[in-house]
Design a protein around this ligand. Structure first.
Ligand code: ADE
Length: 230
């Protein structure tokens, strides 16, 4: 654990994404909450090409020992990349996350914890059949994390999901009102204009309470919505 005191100069959280496809996420960060947070200096998102860490022009992937389909990402380039980033972080609190469908389920609880206690989050995205299993043991404290019980084609999307969810938890990234709202009722229904939509002969209305202007009743309605869903 580490205190805020040790946060890097701007008080921001730096996300590092290590991937063999660095272009995949590039435009995503420019938009919405992460874009605004980056422009305001609250987060930094740095994407690193794993290919830059393979020595002697060796490939990043190789066939799995014991046979089987597909290729496996080799350990050394990944470890080299992570160690370099950790060295550069100089005393800041770094967390290393290896994305894997077999990892521990990611939830909002981890998002809040990492946003609070980490200065640098290093995310390693696997591809193909996965990452050499020794990587987790070679990097002290590295944790395997899954975003859900399904298998995706690589760790880039999961890493982006985690970065987005963690960034939202950094103080100042969401406006006060927005973050309070998120805490109170992340899952109530939302409506916008028009008040009534007519579609295939049926009328779809906005719940009357939301049009009442009675804030206490509206808040109650939102809370009730939430408890019905869980
Ligand atoms: N890589 C492939 N599927 C994944 C998942 N569900 N979570 C994290 N990393 C993954």
């Amino acid at each position: 654990m580490i205190s805020r005191r040790n946060r890097n100069r701007a008080g921001q959280l730096t996300f590092h994404l290590i991937t063999i496809f660095p272009e995949i996420s590039a435009s995503y960060w420019r938009y919405g909450v992460t874009g605004r947070a980056a422009r305001r200096g609250l987060v930094q998102i740095k994407v690193h090409n794993l290919r830059d860490y393979s020595l002697d022009g060796k490939r990043n992937d190789d066939r799995p020992y014991g046979g089987g389909p597909g290729m496996v990402l080799r350990a050394k380039p990944i470890v080299r990349a992570v160690e370099k980033l950790k060295r550069q972080a100089r005393g800041q609190k770094c967390k290393v996350i290896i994305l894997s469908p077999a990892g521990k389920q990611f939830t909002n609880k981890e998002a809040a914890r990492w946003a609070k206690h980490c200065d640098q989050l290093i995310l390693v995205a696997g591809r193909y059949e996965g990452i050499d299993a020794r990587v987790r043991r070679m990097i002290p404290g590295a944790e395997e994390v899954s975003i859900g019980p399904y298998v995706l084609s690589g760790g880039e999307l999961p890493a982006m999901v985690i970065i987005d969810a963690v960034a939202r938890r950094i103080p100042g990234v969401l406006g006060d009102e927005q973050s309070l709202e998120e805490k109170r009722s992340a899952s109530h229904e939302v409506y916008t204009r028009p008040e009534i939509i007519t579609h295939r002969g049926r009328r779809y209305r906005v719940p009357q309470v939301l049009l009442s202007g009675h804030q206490a009743r509206i808040n109650d309605w939102k809370l009730n919505q939430k408890s019905r869903k869980h």
